[in-house]
Design a protein around this ligand. Structure first.
Ligand code: PRP
Ligand code: URA
Length: 218
């Protein structure tokens, strides 16, 4: 049987403004303060893009002029899930646009030698199976980390097609690996880079996102 066609990857519209924001965060000379500020701006755009992928239903409202406006409203319950640690950097951007959103956590660390992910902890909303999930992690490199996170969500009863994975930067190898496993997950990304280097870092990339955002180094 032929493999199911994966959902198309949603990429932020490459306006000069978006390109300018990426230029700043990719620059190794950029200070931590600016890295955080400009990453947060990209994250806000990505979250808005991710919300656009959710189901909507039609509704009408009456405007102050007494006219009817045919509009739409969200048709599903949602929650966020961040992949700790770097994914936590995206929580504020999600909270800024979704009031009181529930946010679960999955702690997965990539082994620095082998680049293999290790699942260490998860804590998720009890009713997560009934929700669409906005899964947050800035980097999609080999795809191992997000694949493990999705397997945790599926075990908890989340439907694959109800997962929207939001990231800033993706490598083609990681997209392929992930979509071969989970073709029904929607990927929303900022830019797709050239490839992975021998250390499984994205190139040209931005380096280690978590270290630059949280001010740590290894
Ligand atoms: C980074 C990043 C992703 C993962 C991507 O996390 O935030 O979670 O690597 O790599 P992959 O697609 O090859 O799995 P890391 O494990 O370095 O931890 P951090 O969040 O503490 O930076
Ligand atoms: N994690 C990062 O932070 N950056 C990469 O390029 C790959 C994994």
């Amino acid at each position: 049987m032929a493999a199911p066609t994966p959902k198309p990857v949603v990429i932020l519209k490459p306006t000069k403004q978006v390109k300018g924001l990426f230029t700043i965060i990719r620059d190794k000379q950029t200070s931590r303060e600016d890295f955080i500020f400009y990453s947060d701006r990209i994250i806000r755009l990505l979250v808005e893009e991710g919300l656009s992928c959710l189901p909507f239903s039609e509704t009408t409202v009456t405007t102050p002029t007494g006219c009817t406006y045919n509009g739409v409203e969200f048709a599903s319950k949602i929650c966020g899930v961040s992949i700790v640690r770097a994914g936590e950097s995206m929580e504020a951007g999600l909270r800024a646009v979704c009031k009181q959103i529930k946010i679960g956590k999955i702690l997965i660390q990539r082994d620095e030698e082998t680049a293999k992910p290790k699942l260490l902890y998860s804590k998720l909303p009890s009713d997560i199976a009934t929700r669409h999930v906005l899964l947050l992690d800035p980097m999609l490199a080999t795809g191992g980390t997000v694949a493990q996170a999705v397997s945790v969500l599926l075990e908890r009863g989340v439907k694959e097609e109800n997962i929207i994975f939001i990231n800033l930067l993706a490598a083609p190898e990681g997209i392929k690996f992930f979509q071969d496993l989970y073709p029904q997950v929607t990927i929303v990304t900022g830019e797709i880079d050239s490839n992975l280097n021998e250390k499984k870092y994205i190139v040209p990339g931005i380096g280690d996102f978590g270290d630059r955002y949280f001010g740590t180094e290894h």
